[in-house]
Structures are given as C-alpha cells and as structure tokens.
Ligand binder design. Structure first.
Ligand code: ADP
Ligand code: MG
Length: 629
C-alpha cells in the first residue's frame, strides 16, 4: 500500500471546503454524477475514434444508498482511471484547483456552479462525507486502484480487485449529513440536477407489469418484473433538431419540465446556435395574465444538460424572464457575480441573440397566421409591450407586429392605425388622436359617447401601457393618446359643425358663478361647453397628462422624474349648456331646489366616472330614494 500527503499548502482543506460551500452541500451529487457522465462520454469518444479497445456497450450510471453502512455510491462504466491518473487528476490537479479557489473566494461568493470549474468538483464530496473512496479500473490494461482519504490531506492508494471497467465513488456519509441517506432526498436531488443528463442514471429498481400470457384467466394476476429505475431523460427535446420535432413533442417536453403546469404553452421558440457561442434551448410563451407577481416555474439554465439554476437574470433579457423553458450553454461563466455576468461580452451576445430570436418568431407568427396571433395577443402582450419599452432593438421589430385592439375586438398594427384613424380623428393642429379606454365597464358611458360620434376607441389595458404610450408619442410623429374620459370629445378632436350655445354670455356667467358657489369640492374645474342637447348635462373628465403620470408612478419605471410624492386629484366638470336640465338649473328660483339639482347632477356625473364611494355614495342613494318617492 502507498500512502502520501496530498499536495496542498493549507493544513486541512476539508473543513474549509465545508465552510465556504455551506449553502450548497447538495451539489456534491450533481458533481459526482457529472464526473461519471464525463467519464462515460469520454470513453464513447475514445471508442468511436478507435483509441480504446474497450467495448462501449450501453453504459449507465448507478446511484446507490446503503443506509445501514451509512454509505452512498456513485458507480459508472466510463473510462476509469489508472493509478497514475488518480495521482495526477485527484491528488494534484484537484488540489491546485482547490487552492486557487480558496485564494480567490476566501471571503466572498458561494455561487452555485462554481465547483466544477475549479476542479473542486470531486472534492465537494467532503462536504457530506468524512471518508471517500475511489475504486477505479481503467479501460486500458492497467490494474484497478483503490484510493481512500479521510478528510485530512493524507490519502492511501492500493491495488483493487475490481475487474469491470469504470469508477465507483464511495462516500462515508458524515453524521451531520445523514439526510443524504434518505431515498426521497436523493430522488429529489437527482430529479433537480440530473433529469436531462445524457447518460441513463439508475436509482433503485421499480416493478413493471407485463402483459398477461395468452389464455390467462380474468382473475389471474398479470406477471411483473423488477427493472432499473432510470430517473432521467438522456435526450431531452432541446438537444434534438427542430426538424425532428413536432408540436406535440414540444408540449410533452413542457410537461416534463413543469409537471405541475396543466395549461398548454401558446407557442415555443427553439434556440440553436454554435457561433460565436454555443447555445441550445427551448423557450415557451405561457398564457400570461396582467398579474406580474411571483412566478415559480422559471426558465432553467443548464450546462451540457446539467442543471445549474433557475435564476437566469443577466443571461435572458429581463422582459423575457416571464417565459418558461430551458437555456443550455457551456459558454456562460458561472464562477462570477451577477453584475460581472451582465458586463461579460459573450453573455451580452447571448442575451441579444435570444431577443432577436424571440422577435423573429413573433414576427413570423404574425405574418403566417395573423388571426391566430390576434387570438393570442392578450396573453402575450405583456411580454411584447415590456420588451418594446426596455429594448430598442426589440422595439424596432415589434413595432411592426404589436397590436392595438379596439373596444369592438378589431386589431390594428400601429401603421394601420395611423392609416385608418387619420380620416376623422385629428385635433386642431392636425395631430392624430388615438382615443382609448382602459376598462370597458368602468368607462362605458364615455366609450358610448365617442362611438356616437363615430370615433374609434382602442382598448389598452396592460399595467405598463401608459409607459408605452409615452414612448410611442415621443418616437412617432404627430400622434397622441387620449383616454375617452380625458377631456370633452369636442376639445380632443376637431370637428366641422360647432354647436351654438343656447345661453347668452350673461346667462353663462351667472350659471358659472352659481355652480362654483354650490360645488364646495375644489378639485373640480368648471367648464361650460355648448354640446349636443342629447349629450349628458354634467361630464367629469380627468386630464390625460395628470392621470397618466399617476399611473406611471404606480407601475414604476418612471425613474426619479416622478418621485415627487402623490399627485393631486384634478378633474374638469364639463357642463353642457344646451342640455334641458342645465337650463332648468339656471331658471329655478328657489335656492334650495337649485342647490339640490346641482348636487344631484354632480353626483350622477361622479357616479358615471366611478368617483362616488363610501359615505357619499350612501348619502346619494338615500337622497335619490327621497326624490323618487
Ligand atoms: P473536473 O470535473 O472539473 O475536471 P473534478 O474535481 O470533478 O474536476 O474531477 C477531477 C478529475 O478527476 C476529472 O477531470 C477526471 O479526470 C477525474 N475524475 C473524476 N471523477 C471521475 C470518474 N468518475 N471517472 C474518471 N475520472 C474521474
Ligand atoms: Mg467534475
């Protein structure tokens, strides 16, 4: 037997490993299974180029727990190691890697995924084991070796009688890590990290029911057999060519990824690039609601089919974080902080590649089947609008397929909108006025008033739409958005036939004075307008600018500009001087009755605008009952 001291300057490295990587103990299994996978893939390569005499066969990796013996085994049928190789790769290289790692990260990050990249992968076993053994038989003629290390830098190396090719790693689980002797814990770890690794992974066995033999009776039990329980899918959809997959395959893979998701995704995007970086993956557009709250099924990041994380911040552009699916790239540096990641050139390219692919996919969906695209619009608009706001490159492309629905369920692109609306919807200066509603129910009376004048009304109801409108108004020429209740329509849109007021100037002055005296609430600015006699007598409007600023403040993203505290409530009360009721207010003699007419009309206008609430609403209803009885 040979003994020796591992080449390392730190006296006892294992307590350090344990401490630094504390939060990520569980990744030891991922590292060992990754090594087993690497060893198997390396052998595959060697046999394929005739560099190994070994028969490749159909190797699997086995994970086994021995609860009584407090041991966990990871066994592969890969290329194995000779004694020389164990010395070189385990004793020397690994430790220089460990030293480098410890030097660099003494006081900082314990980002997951660092390990393999520093050659610390194998040694992560010491996070959970007090003793580790390697029993390995190389694919060459070299004899098998047995390496043992108890967590101090001292190791033992002796001959082994193992005859089959491959490596077995034996972990003697430490007393504080016995959770890793539990079947359920190991199952969930293998499912989390190794679900899509390229070599089949066996963990235990399962009972399989076989078909009944011919002539069996009804009451005869079907025969069963014990088979390997393979926990992974070695060829997940994203590793295949898009041409070899059908929609159904993508849907199946979606369910494999998110077993708890019952809704089908709306569509998918297959990512596949090998220059100037390597990246594969599939992104799915799920049905999205306006509720942008916490999301548990996120995009997962893999490296060569090994799960790394579901935090893809910095890699996937922010506006696409609401999507689901998989991104697999060996080119993403993981041993760095997130902020460094965002500054990394390769990662930036990856992010803009993803943006471009998503834009191209949306564009082709729009061109190839507009009807279907329109049907899906409400479920995907959040992503598109958010993308248009946050990425200029995306805006350029999305501007051609982003849709603006009307309250009647028609859909227009911005260009179509400009064409269609300019005929009769311009203001005094000839600018196109895009009337919109954000809530068909709440703004019903205003929408009806606009329709009565033959105006088209859009339905724009995303939470971030006010930001997008702001952007469109500055990037397009001669257009402005105005909500249907932003102002009196005649003020918003120029029209030919101006109404003549039935009231004289003198009467108007009196009316205005009386209204101002009676209406105590100073948030209303009174404005007299000669309108059609069939229009409402009192209409409350809220200036577009004020309201939009308020909304933008609520949904954030406005930067410091809106950090000026709460916006004041400001409304216009538009009084139709041609309405019968308004004439009546003016001619009523008794002060009491005049006051009641004014207040009741105001409350009706407020009710219509959804402003009447609480005590005021209760009082209004009481008063109305009094009046009708
Ligand atoms: P890395 O995988 O990043 O190279 P590790 O610490 O995980 O670092 O492994 C160190 C080296 O030990 C590997 O590069 C490989 O040469 C060898 N090794 C580890 N596990 C196995 C195994 N199961 N079969 C063959 N060689 C292995
Ligand atoms: Mg490794």
């Amino acid at each position: 037997m040979a003994t020796g001291k591992i080449n390392v300057s730190v006296d006892n490295i294992f307590p350090l490993i344990k401490k630094f990587l504390y939060s990520d103990h569980e990744i030891f299994l991922r590292e060992l299974v990754s090594n087993a996978t690497d060893a198997t893939l390396k052998l595959k390569h060697l046999t394929s180029i005739g560099e190994s005499k070994s028969e490749y066969g159909s190797p699997i990796i086995e994970v086994k727990i021995d609860k009584e013996g407090k041991k966990l085994h990871v066994i592969d049928q890969g290329l194995g190691m000779t004694e020389e190789e164990v010395k070189k790769y385990i004793n020397e290289v690994a430790f220089s890697g460990a030293e480098e790692f410890l030097d660099k990260y003494k006081d900082s990050a314990k980002d997951s995924g660092i390990i393999g990249h520093f050659g610390l992968g194998f040694y992560s076993a010491f996070m959970v084991a007090h003793k580790v053994e390697i029993i390995s038989k190389s694919h060459t003629d070299a004899p098998a070796v047995h390496w043992t290390c108890d967590g101090s830098p001292n190791f033992e190396l002796e001959a082994s009688d193992k005859t089959t090719r491959g490596t077995e790693i034996v972990l003697h689980i430490a007393d504080d890590s016995t959770e890793f002797l539990e079947k359920s814990r190991i199952t969930s770890l293998l499912t989390k990290y190794n679900k899509f690794m390229p070599i089949p992974i066996k963990f235990g066995t399962k009972t399989e029911t076989l078909p009944k033999p011919e002539g069996a009776k009804e009451e005869d039990k079907a025969p069963t057999q014990e088979v390997d329980n393979i926990i992974n899918n070695p060829t997940p959809a994203w590793t295949k060519q898009p041409a070899d997959l059908e929609t159904k395959d993508y849907q199946e893979f979606y369910r494999e990824l998110y077993p708890m998701q019952f809704e089908e995704p709306l569509f998918h995007i297959h990512l596949n690039v090998d220059y100037p970086f390597n990246l594969t993956g599939i992104l799915y557009f799920p049905r999205l609601t306006n509720d942008m709250s916490v999301q548990k099924d996120r995009i997962q990041l893999y490296q060569n089919q090994v799960y790394v994380t579901d935090n893809v911040e910095g890699i996937v552009p922010e506006f696409l974080m609401m999507l689901r699916g998989v991104v697999d790239s060996p080119d993403i540096p993981l041993n760095v902080s997130r902020s460094y990641l965002q500054a990394d050139g390769a990662v930036k390219k990856i992010s803009s590649y993803i943006t471009r692919k998503v834009a191209d996919k949306l564009s082709s969906l729009f061109k190839n089947n507009r009807e279907d695209f329109e049907a899906k619009w409400n479920d995907i608009k959040i992503v598109i609008e958010y993308g248009m706001l946050s990425e200029d490159k995306f805006f350029e492309k999305a501007d051609k397929f982003a849709l603006y629905p009307t309250v009647d369920g028609k859909f227009y692109t911005f260009e179509e909108l400009q064409e269609k609306f300019k005929a009769n919807q311009t203001d005094k200066d000839g600018n196109l006025v895009l009337l919109y509603a954000s809530d068909k129910e709440a703004q019903h009376s205003y929408i009806e008033a606009a329709k009565a004048k033959d105006f088209d009304v859009l339905l724009l109801d995303s939470p971030i739409i006010s930001h997008l409108m702001q952007k469109l108004e500055t990037s397009k020429e001669n257009i402005s958005f105005a909500r249907v209740d932003a102002d009196h329509l005649d003020n918003l849109i120029k029209k030919e036939d101006t109404q003549i007021s039935k009231l004289s100037d003198e009467e108007k002055d009196t009316l205005k004075k009386e209204l101002e005296e009676t209406i105590a609430n100073k948030s209303y600015t009174i404005q007299l307008e000669a309108m059609d006699s069939s229009a409402s007598p009192f209409i409350i409007t809220e200036p577009e600018f004020m309201r939009r600023m308020k909304e933008m403040q609520q949904t954030g993203g406005g930067g410091g500009m809106f950090g000026m505290g709460k916006m004041p409530e400001m409304y216009n009360l538009i009084v139709n001087t041609n309405h019968e009721l308004v004439s009546e207010i003016l001619t009523t003699k008794t002060a009491k009755k005049k006051e009641r007419l004014i207040n009741q009309s105001l409350d009706l206008a407020r009710l219509s605008k959804g402003l009447l609430k609480g005590e005021e609403l209760t009082n209004f209803i009481k008063r109305s009952y009094q009046m009708v009885k």
